[in-house]
Design a protein around this ligand. Structure first.
Ligand code: ZN
Ligand code: ZN
Length: 353
């Protein structure tokens, strides 16, 4: 089989590798589509999973695939059978550390590094534990199912922040996760959602989805917030991870409001602790998602109530063997692409926008 193999920092190639063999309690999955996550280029640059020439690793974690083999000698109860279309989370919480024992799987002590990472999804086949697989309904478009993992992240962000009926939200950053948070917040009854973005292409997409969206390089978003709200926005999701994003978040959040850092953490950001105390801001912190969030994301996808909105996020399908170029393309945050999918065996780039 072929896969995108990493052997060190920024050392990656699409090459022939051994097909994985599922261990007892695992299934072998044939990739239908993988998706490039915003964090993937950085993970590959830094070699976040600690690959080496002796222990090469396939990267990637967002996927939809077909179960082609199940190794279940202990007859574990499983919802999965051969031929099923499935999705699943990227992590394997250890289940035995203090955090896992308290049910806080999203911050499992041994989650980071290579040990708790199953085989990556930028390859034609990979293995997964049976208890980390969720079946996708036959009526669901597989393109939409590929969004299950980032949707699970958005489910956790929205659930933990507690946004609901009549609330207002500012979402700073309109990439895939930012858009998914907006879709779910609106689904939960938020009365007004404003986006701050820097890409005209993304602003256009957000507007076509019925959101209020502004270019923070051209418009004074704080003036809009001041002129149209009493005290600011009750929920602010900072998804950009940028310093201007953080500054806007602290300006725009209302007293007693909730600020949710979603963007990749950067230790060099200036966080205004004075504002946190002065406005009594609640910081709601989130790291990836829990297994029940993934379950909820798959339920949402299988019920198909928001799938038309979700599908707008998928903007291109590239051949898996051109993954290196596709990852380069995904770094362009001002172009038309939001989510790039990869398809094994395909020859052409399909643009959906
Ligand atoms: Zn992801
Ligand atoms: Zn753990």
């Amino acid at each position: 089989m072929k896969g995108f193999v990493v052997t060190g920092p920024a050392q990656a190639s699409f090459t022939e590798i051994e097909k994985p063999v599922p261990k007892p309690g695992q299934a072998l999955i044939k990739l239908e589509y993988a998706a490039i996550c915003g964090g993937d280029p950085g993970h590959i640059m830094r070699n976040a999973y600690g690959a080496s020439p002796e222990e090469p690793r396939v990267y990637g974690h967002e996927y939809v695939g077909t179960v082609i083999e199940i190794n279940n000698p202990d007859h574990l109860p499983t919802r999965i059978k051969e031929g099923d279309l499935v999705v699943g989370p990227q992590n394997k919480p250890c289940g035995v550390c203090d955090q896992c024992m308290e049910g806080r799987f999203s911050i499992c002590s041994s989650m980071f590094g290579s040990i708790r990472r199953p085989g990556g999804t930028f390859g034609e086949y990979f293995e997964r534990d049976l208890d980390k697989l969720f079946p996708v309904s036959g009526e669901v478009d597989p393109l939409v199912a590929t969004l299950a993992e980032p949707l699970a992240v958005a489910v956790y962000d929205v659930r933990k922040s507690g946004i609901g009926l009549g609330d207002t939200a500012l979402i700073i950053g309109g990439g895939a996760v930012g858009i998914l948070i907006g879709i779910l917040a609106r689904h939960n009854g938020a009365s007004r959602i404003i986006y701050s973005e820097v890409s005209e292409n993304r602003i256009e997409l957000l507007k076509s989805m019925g959101f209020e969206a502004y270019n923070s390089m051209k418009e004074d978003i704080m003036k809009i917030v001041r002129d149209t709200t009493k005290n600011g926005m009750s929920f602010v999701y900072e998804v950009s991870g940028s310093q201007p994003g953080w500054d806007l978040a602290f300006d725009a959040v209302s007293p007693h409001g909730r600020l949710i850092p979603v963007g990749l953490p950067n230790p060099n950001r200036n966080i205004r602790f004075g504002d946190i105390a002065r406005k009594e801001i609640d910081m709601i912190c989130v790291n990836m998602h829990h297994l029940n969030d993934f379950h909820e994301a798959v339920e949402l996808i299988n019920r198909r109530t928001i799938n038309d909105e979700l599908k707008k996020i998928v903007t291109a399908i590239w051949p898996l063997n051109r993954i290196g170029e596709a990852i380069e393309e995904s770094k362009n945050k001002t172009g038309k692409n939001i989510k790039i999918l990869l398809k094994p065996g395909s020859e052409e780039i399909i643009s959906l926008v």
